[in-house]
Write a protein that binds this ligand. Structure first.
Ligand SMILES: Cc1cc2nc3c(=O)[nH]c(=O)nc-3n(C[C@H](O)[C@H](O)[C@H](O)COP(=O)(O)OP(=O)(O)OC[C@H]3O[C@@H](n4cnc5c(N)ncnc54)[C@H](O)[C@@H]3O)c2cc1C
Length: 438
């Protein structure tokens, strides 16, 4: 090694949840990882940011996830227990309304909501209730639309699914593969949506006390710190299977490098010496999202939170609006804290590029909503990988083509949510004692 560099056993590039999880598991196995994070703080999208109220009251907002889906005994559950993270229920439990055909309809989280679902005939509603009797069996390269049409019927897939998928994954169900929702595959393997949920355990949305950012903080603390402000700019293969990472500071040499980066960033580093793998990663579309945070006078009846998903194409551009409950420590008491999503796989209507347009649209669906007292926009460029049909085969090609000593982890490999990352990184780390780090 030349005199200008550092030496590490293993370098993790990216200090989002994926990189923090990778570092934490490596630590548990006796490795001494160094984690590089380009920005000033660890956590990536999973950060709880301070946002004082109008009179300077303490308050915060979530940059990304507001709640985590936790199933008892699953990887997320194990992780939260191992980190001794205190949880509170997250409200609302599901979207309370569906915006469709110019009207607000009850959400689909309850049986009455399903039975009153808009746009569906009686036969289509009965077809939905027949789901437990549909034989299980996965289909290769099935889209989310095809999956739900098979299990719940064409009516559900046509009339209700687009709003649910737009609000959660920011894309059309016809463009997404089952890899975008890995739990569906597991449920199918256990008999279907209803039987699978009964057999594998129901999932509940939970919120770490202190916000989702508390998870990133706890991981970073257990790791003994993250090198923030260190962006990886180039990777260089060295003789003897070693790697040199160049960044905005001293370079570092290590026997193994973990790429815990969004796929486009990983592609940029791999391009000079693994162009095939880089091209595969660069071909994964990533969606830009804008999130408008706002605070409004409380509306009677909404104290415990509200949820609204707007059906595309009517809600094209306005994907959903979810509020913090009045008793949520992240909010400011007596104010309704709301966020609205704009963008994803949908072209942004120019009318929604500024707050007055977003408010007008929200007000159309939620006429009770008063003028905002505070507004803040958070841009989320490349927020979600869009996992299309055939994505699983692409992941397999990437893993096969990666040079020895390099590891690739992240949402584009394991699925778009934090529970998918918790599970995927756990499985990756579990295989290390067998295969080692190279
Ligand atoms: C608005 C929004 C809402 C969401 N809601 C939910 C939800 O409700 N539930 C859920 O489970 N998930 C949700 N997600 C998804 C979840 O936040 C992500 O899956 C997860 O945070 C991704 O973590 P990551 O570490 O893989 O990537 P990121 O969070 O993107 O972290 C990657 C890190 O790498 C760093 N980096 C980039 N380039 C370099 C470089 N060259 N060198 C060093 N570091 C670099 C970045 O600065 C970043 O910190 C949401 C996401 C968004 C944006």
């Amino acid at each position: 090694m030349d005199g200008n560099g550092e030496r590490a056993q293993v370098v993790v590039l990216g200090g989002g949840i994926t990189g923090l999880l990778a570092g934490w598991h490596l630590r548990q196995q006796g490795y001494n990882p160094t984690v590089w994070e380009a920005s000033a703080a660890p956590g990536g999208w999973a950060q709880t940011l301070p946002w004082p109220g109008p009179a300077g009251e303490p308050g915060s907002l979530e940059r990304g996830p507001q709640g985590l889906l936790v199933s008892r005994g699953g990887a997320m559950d194990r992780l939260l227990r191992a980190l001794a993270i205190e949880l509170r229920p997250s409200r609302p439990k599901g979207p309370r309304w569906l915006g469709k055909a110019g009207r607000r309809h009850p959400g689909l989280a309850s049986l009455p909501g399903v039975l009153r679902a808009p746009g569906l005939g009686l036969g289509e509603k009965l077809r939905m209730l027949a789901e437990p009797f549909i034989p299980a069996g996965s289909r290769p390269e099935e889209t989310l639309h095809a999956f739900f049409a098979r299990r719940l019927g064409e009516g559900f897939a046509r009339e209700l699914l687009p709003a649910l998928v737009a609000g959660v994954l920011a894309a059309l169900p016809e463009r997404l593969g089952l890899e975008a929702a890995p739990r569906l595959k597991r449920l199918e393997a256990h008999g279907g949506l209803v039987l699978g949920a009964l057999r594998t355990g129901l999932e509940r949305t939970r919120q770490p006390v202190g916000g989702t950012g508390a998870l990133a903080q706890a991981l970073a603390e257990r790791l003994g710190g993250v090198s923030t402000g260190r962006a990886a700019m180039a990777l260089e293969p060295l003789p003897g299977g070693q790697w040199r990472v160049h960044g905005n500071g001293p370079h570092v040499e290590a026997g193994a490098v973990v790429l815990a980066l969004p796929a486009p960033a990983a592609a940029g580093l791999l391009r000079p010496f693994a162009p095939g793998v880089a091209a595969e990663l660069a071909a994964i579309p990533h969606l830009d999202l804008r999130v408008w945070h706002s605070r409004h006078p409380m509306v009677q009846g909404w104290e415990r939170g509200l949820g609204l998903l707007v059906h595309p194409p009517e809600g094209r551009g306005l994907l959903g609006a979810v509020s913090f409950a009045a008793d949520d420590p992240r909010g400011v008491s007596d104010l309704l804290q709301l966020r609205a999503y704009v963008g994803g796989a949908y072209p942004v209507d120019p009318a929604l590029a500024a707050w007055p347009g977003v408010f007008r649209e929200l007000h159309r669906w939620l006429p009770e909503l008063g003028e905002a007292l505070q507004v803040r926009e958070e841009a989320c460029p490349g927020a979600f990988p869009m996992l299309e049909p055939g994505h699983g085969a692409r992941v397999a090609r990437v893993l096969q083509g990666l040079p020895p000593g390099l590891h690739w982890l992240g949402a584009a490999r394991f699925g778009p949510g934090i529970p998918h990352l918790a599970e995927g990184v756990e499985v990756w780390a579990g295989a290390l004692p067998r295969v080692g780090l190279t």
